[in-house]
Write a protein that binds this ligand. Structure first.
Ligand SMILES: Nc1ncnc2c1ncn2[C@@H]1O[C@H](COP(=O)(O)OP(=O)(O)OP(=O)(O)O)[C@@H](O)[C@H]1O
Ligand SMILES: O=C(O)C1=C[C@@H](O)[C@@H](O)[C@H](O)C1
Ligand SMILES: [Mg+2]
Length: 164
């Protein structure tokens, strides 16, 4: 089994769905955000504040290349595709699945979020703008699942149907 990479916007459910998918497939799951926080012993918020976004993107790109490429589910940070070479790399090394979610539902899921530095002010505007910028990148995934009206188990089932 080639690695499965979940990509998509903050709140699309990559981390949550990835955990459930890894249980179903009986393979480990690695979340790039959690990996970076553990490795650097800092929260993402602190990394953004103290070192800046480009440093975080460097860590993300480095870690992606170190992770296993077989028998694993990899859940990525929402901005991993902003370095387009990361997208190319994931497509070459595994199956890339875009978890899409519409803005209204994203807002509901992220309403009380305090951990994601890029959406702390003017949440709706920030989500709309970032999603518009990134949509052409996310859409380059091998396939897309619209999670807006699905619960976590339903998203996992859709993925299982596609990879069977
Ligand atoms: N299909 C879903 N339906 C309803 N709520 C969901 C769904 N998927 C995820 N959520 C909820 O949305 C929130 C964000 O989910 P999650 O952290 O998995 O997103 P993410 O895609 O990993 O975001 P990020 O890019 O910031 O890491 C969580 O509270 C989670 O429980
Ligand atoms: O979409 C983004 O740019 C981000 C998403 C999160 O997963 C984290 O990687 C961080 O908050 C940045
Ligand atoms: Mg996540």
């Amino acid at each position: 089994m080639k690695a499965i990479y979940l990509i998509g916007f903050m709140g699309a459910g990559k981390t949550t769905v990835g955990k459930a998918l890894s249980d179903k497939l009986e393979v480990p799951v690695i979340d790039t955000d959690e990996y970076i926080e553990r490795e650097k012993k800092k929260t993402i918020k602190a990394i953004f504040k103290e070192e800046g976004e480009p440093a975080f993107r460097d860590y993300e790109s480095q870690i992606l290349r170190m992770l296993p490429k077989r028998y694993v589910v990899i859940t990525t940070g929402g901005g991993i595709v902003t370095r387009e070479e990361n997208l190319t790399w994931m497509k070459q090394n595994g199956l890339v699945i875009y978890l899409y979610c519409n803005t209204e539902e994203l807002l509901k899921r992220l309403k009380n979020d305090k951990t994601r530095p890029l959406i702390q002010q003017n949440k709706e505007d920030a989500i709309t703008r970032l999603l518009m910028d990134r949509a052409p990148l996310y859409k380059q995934a091998h396939f897309t699942i619209d999670t807006s009206w699905l619960n976590v188990d339903q998203v996992v089932s859709r993925i299982m149907e596609q990879i069977d």
